[in-house]
Ligand binder design. Structure first.
Ligand SMILES: NC(=O)c1ccc[n+]([C@@H]2O[C@H](COP(=O)([O-])OP(=O)(O)OC[C@H]3O[C@@H](n4cnc5c(N)ncnc54)[C@H](OP(=O)(O)O)[C@@H]3O)[C@@H](O)[C@H]2O)c1
Length: 262
């Protein structure tokens, strides 16, 4: 039995989730890593065990399917000592709502909404019992926008942000923390998996390294900072504008952006 704190990270094989695993392991956490690719999970386990001497339990599960979510719920219920849940797994799609694959849209709704709710609900009794620890959900700056070509992505990321904000209200005074991390463009596999060359369309200064995004998240959680965390001055400014410009102007800019993308 280890006396190290235990964290569960979904989407542990790549990008932001892999970076959470690396930084939490460096900080002395044991880990449960969840993703669909068992080979990559095993490689991550070996890397982190060798480098940091921690325990990494790979858990292969598809969180866009009911049985995958149920398997992770069970893993959480079996470990009441879990101190941090990171709901990170996610993906984007291209194309308009009517042109994109309906099955992929349904998978997004399950992964971004149902899985986040069920895993959070499964973790809360243990966290509340120990009056410590937290839940982080990786939402997006897209949660402040409504963009063509990203209808369900923006809608589900908004749900994630508002869910964590509401949860934080309920957790006040319990010792348990909630965070909605809202990154902008982050260098990961995300856009390649979408098959969308966003890098060619977006200036280099808009891209953040996953390590910086995760460091901001974990530092803010540790010091009991705000619930909604937006890494980077550029994105703080964009979100400020999106929230304070008149709605008609935001709608007009969104339509222009859509036309620019063709
Ligand atoms: N990159 C950005 O610009 C950006 C910006 C804002 C927010 N975000 C958010 O950040 C989060 C992480 O994205 P990322 O950029 O790190 O993307 P990524 O590099 O593509 O990594 C996605 C991770 O999620 C896992 N995953 C995907 N579908 C899954 C499923 N059905 N079940 C279980 N695991 C699944 C993948 O592993 P397997 O393939 O092995 O399952 C992988 O580990 C997402 O929620 C995304 O919406 C990203």
């Amino acid at each position: 039995m280890s006396d190290r704190p235990l964290a569960l990270v979904t989407g542990a094989t790549a990008g932001i989730g892999a970076e959470y695993c690396r930084q939490l392991a460096a900080g002395g956490h044991d880990l449960i890593g969840v993703a669909r690719d068992g080979v990559r999970l095993q490689a991550m386990a070996e890397e982190l065990r060798a480098r940091h001497g921690i325990t990494f339990t790979p858990l292969v599960a598809d969180l866009s399917a009911d049985d995958g979510i149920a398997a992770v719920e069970r893993a959480i219920a079996e470990r009441p000592a879990l101190s941090l849940l990171v709901n990170n797994a996610g993906f984007g799609t291209t194309g308009t709502l009517v042109s994109s694959d309906p099955a992929a849209q349904r998978r997004m709704l399950v992964l971004h909404v149902d899985a986040v709710h069920r895993l959070t609900r499964a973790a809360l009794p243990g966290l509340l019992h120990r009056r410590a620890g937290g839940v982080i959900t990786v939402a997006s700056v897209a949660s402040f926008l409504a963009a063509g070509g990203n209808v369900n992505y923006c809608a589900t990321k908004t749900w994630q942000r508002v869910y964590m904000m509401g949860l934080a209200v309920e957790l006040k005074g319990t010792g348990v923390r909630a965070q909605a991390l809202c990154p902008g463009f982050t260098s990961t596999e995300f856009h390649d998996r979408m098959g969308f060359d966003q890098r060619g369309r977006t200036p280099a200064w808009m891209w953040m390294p996953a390590a910086d995004v995760v460091r901001t998240s974990l530092d803010t959680l540790a010091r009991g900072g705000p619930v909604v965390v937006i890494p980077g001055a550029v994105y703080k400014t964009l979100v400020f504008l999106a929230r304070h410009l008149p709605l008609w102007l935001v709608e007009r800019l969104s339509r222009t952006y859509r036309r620019d993308r063709g």
